[in-house]
Design a protein around this ligand. Structure first.
Ligand SMILES: NC(=O)c1ccc[n+]([C@@H]2O[C@H](COP(=O)([O-])OP(=O)(O)OC[C@H]3O[C@@H](n4cnc5c(N)ncnc54)[C@H](O)[C@@H]3O)[C@@H](O)[C@H]2O)c1
Length: 239
């Protein structure tokens, strides 16, 4: 059955693949991103069942506007996919307080704000799914990006907590933890030589997580066969 899905970070590598996959399946997609032009371009490509929204997930007023725009246009929100994220790279000794706050604001507070806002709607309906893209780094740590790892570990703990809170209202809350995926985010963090090396490896041995696997997992988590899967973190790499 066709669903209405808000995707944040929708103009990025993983977000846009998810939007394309879900639109292809006949779902209505709210393409939310800080990069408003990127969101517009993608929504245009996806067709008239897609709505582009410029959003800053760290700003409550902006998140509220996105949720209201989704409800105005489609009347319902079935799924929230939290995909927005940033990963600046610095060793702990060089992370400024400003950068620490920015990473936590977008990667963790953003997940909180978007989830809180849609949860109000979903708990009223007694139906809904919230999926957040965390990271293998949130489990294993990330030398050179400790603030990123901390934010993603926070997303995992938040997911597990919210899953228990929302279970009585039939809202399922899960997280996907990809390994390194070939997107603008990871392209910025590695040299061409490192990227080629990774490409040659199996995902199980440190190669790229195929983005199709992330899209496939999202399809599974919003399907009718997962009525009791909640509070889970799906790690798409070898621990
Ligand atoms: N690429 C990887 O290797 C990898 C691995 C594990 C997890 N992840 C996670 O997957 C998610 C998507 O990453 P990606 O690789 O597609 O990165 P990306 O850089 O391609 O996309 C991230 C998107 O988030 C948007 N964004 C940034 N700040 C925002 C804000 N304040 N409000 C709304 N949107 C904002 C950006 O404009 C961008 O379009 C992120 O949460 C990331 O941490 C990525």
């Amino acid at each position: 059955m066709s669903q209405t899905i808000i995707v944040t970070g929708a103009a990025g590598g993983i977000g846009s693949a998810i939007c394309r996959g879900l639109a292809h399946d006949g779902h209505r997609v709210v393409v939310g991103d800080y990069d408003g032009e990127g969101a517009e371009r993608l929504a245009w490509d996806l067709g008239k069942e897609a709505l582009a929204v410029t959003v800053d997930v760290g700003d409550p007023a902006s998140v509220q506007k996105m949720v209201e725009a989704a409800l105005d246009r489609f009347g319902v929100i079935d799924v929230l996919l939290n995909g927005a994220g940033i990963m600046p790279r610095h060793p702990v000794k060089d992370i400024s307080e400003e950068e620490w706050d920015r990473v936590l604001r977008i990667n963790l507070k953003g997940v909180f704000l978007c989830s809180q806002m849609v949860a109000r709607h979903m708990t009223e309906r007694k139906e809904g799914r919230i999926i957040s893209i965390t990271s293998g780094r949130g489990i294993a740590g990330a030398p050179g990006a400790a603030h990123y790892a901390a934010s993603k570990a926070g997303v995992i703990a938040f997911t597990k907590s919210l899953a228990i809170e929302l279970a009585p209202d039939n809202v399922l809350v899960n997280a996907i933890a990809p390994g390194v995926t070939d997107t603008p985010m990871s392209q910025a963090g590695y040299t061409e030589e490192e990227r080629q090396k990774r490409k040659a490896l199996s995902p199980l041995l440190g190669g790229y997580t195929p983005v199709e696997e992330i899209v496939g997992l999202v399809r599974y988590l919003i399907s009718d066969v997962t009525r009791s899967v909640t509070g889970q973190v799906f790690l798409l790499k070898t621990p």
